[in-house]
Write a protein that binds this ligand. Structure first.
Ligand code: NAD
Ligand code: DAU
Length: 334
């Protein structure tokens, strides 16, 4: 099977490539990645002779057409993925998440190729802390940020291409991922690498926002489950019952790194900050038989801390620039 992985040099895509090479030796992988700031080519260096890595933009229709003509399955991870960046400048989010997805869909349509679209729970907006509800496949779209609205738009393009043109596509909407190779602009690796660098972790607002954490390997196993057993045209929510508030995550990181539990700062909140996400993944579990392997968040977090501690060469060269960018907007409030 020939698989084209867009965004395969980023966090989730690279973990997908590495795990697929380990577990499915029959799969031939081509990665299409623009190698933006979010990519770290070092992640794929150890497998460079086992994949084709094409540097390019998913919105480049000619390039995309030639690659898709020679593939059996497209797994579309490529995106601008960080909410804070989308608030500072949304233009690349519209380009990549909407125009880029459009280019892929048109090529997939021309060549009748199986397509799996990676998306996010953020398309559903947010929930109150005391709301017993969780997101399901039937929840109405209600995105809040430039990032999540462009992801929602890309999902709707896929649905329209399925209905109008009979595209052989599936969609998955996953909750917050953690694990190795995540860019240090994101919450968990930012706080781990802060503590490892002697800097205090930073909590937005009151720190009570809730995210529903899932290990990246569980996400990627679910993606393969959907590619192999998912029903064409359908959407599956991926989540591992991992709801935790941000303050608890920071306190756990501090404890696991032998620091005082209150050694963090509150900083200015993210504008429009979604309060809570929560996924009900019953459909994926009952219809397709997927189960998460990482059910102990603390253990998964501890392994992730070990990974960042053991791989300073992977993240240290980028730490100063990331923190300088945050420093332009962030103020300590408590
Ligand atoms: P990431 O930012 O770590 O990686 C994105 C990758 O896409 C990078 O390698 C980047 O170079 C590449 N890319 C960006 N623009 C491109 C373009 N125009 N053409 C080709 N490549 C381009 O993102 P991630 O966290 O790995 O997320 C991957 C996907 O999963 C995204 O679609 C995201 O919306 C979705 N998702 C992420 C999470 C999460 O918690 N991180 C949760 C649910 C869904
Ligand atoms: O829910 C899935 C989404 O999860 C994905 O679609 C996105 O691509 C991914 O980036 C992530 O979005 P979030 O905005 O939830 O993730 P982030 O890591 O930016 O922030 C997680 C929470 O932590 C959020 O409530 C904001 C907060 N935060 C973040 C940073 C960077 C802090 O309190 N301090 C920080 O320094």
């Amino acid at each position: 099977m020939r698989v084209l992985v867009t965004g395969g040099a980023g966090f989730i895509g690279a973990n997908f490539v590495l795990r697929t090479l380990q577990q499915r030796p029959d799969v031939q992988i081509t990665v299409l990645d623009k190698l933006t700031y979010a990519a770290n080519p070092a992640t794929l260096e150890p497998v460079a002779d086992r994949i084709d890595l094409v540097k390019g933009d998913i919105a480049d229709a000619d390039l995309v057409d030639s690659l898709i003509a020679a593939t059996d399955v497209v797994v579309h991870f490529a995106a601008e993925s960080h909410n804070d960046n989308s608030l500072a400048d949304p233009s690349s989010f519209v380009h990549t998440n909407l125009v880029g997805t459009f280019a892929l869909l048109e090529a997939v349509r021309r060549h009748d190729v199986r397509y799996h679209h990676i998306s996010t729970d953020e398309v559903y907006g947010d929930l109150d802390l005391d709301d017993p509800a969780r997101f399901t496949e039937a929840t109405a779209y209600n995105p809040s940020s430039p990032y999540s609205s462009t992801k929602a738009g890309s999902d709707l393009l896929v649905r329209a291409w399925v209905r109008s043109f009979g595209l052989r596509a599936t969609i998955s909407n996953c909750s917050n991922n953690y694990g190795p190779y995540q860019h240090i602009e994101k919450f968990i690796p930012r706080q781990i690498t802060n503590v490892l660098s002697g800097v205090r972790p930073r909590l937005y607002g009151d720190g009570l926002n809730v995210r529903d954490w899932i290990h990246v390997d569980d996400h990627n196993d679910a993606v393969w489950t959907i590619i192999e057993r998912g029903q064409i045209g359908e959407t599956y929510l991926i989540g591992a019952d991992g709801e935790v508030n941000n303050r608890t995550v920071v306190e756990t990181i501090l404890e696991l790194l032998d620091q005082p539990a209150d050694a963090f700062d509150f900083v200015t909140d993210r504008p429009g900050h979604d309060r809570r996400y929560a996924i009900d993944s019953t459909r994926l579990r009952t219809e397709l038989g997927w189960r998460p392997q990482y059910v102990d968040f603390r253990a998964g977090l501890s392994a992730t801390i070990d990974w960042y501690r053991d791989h300073p060469d992977w993240w240290q060269p980028h730490k100063q620039a990331v923190e300088q960018t945050y420093a332009t907007t962030e103020k300590v409030i408590g």
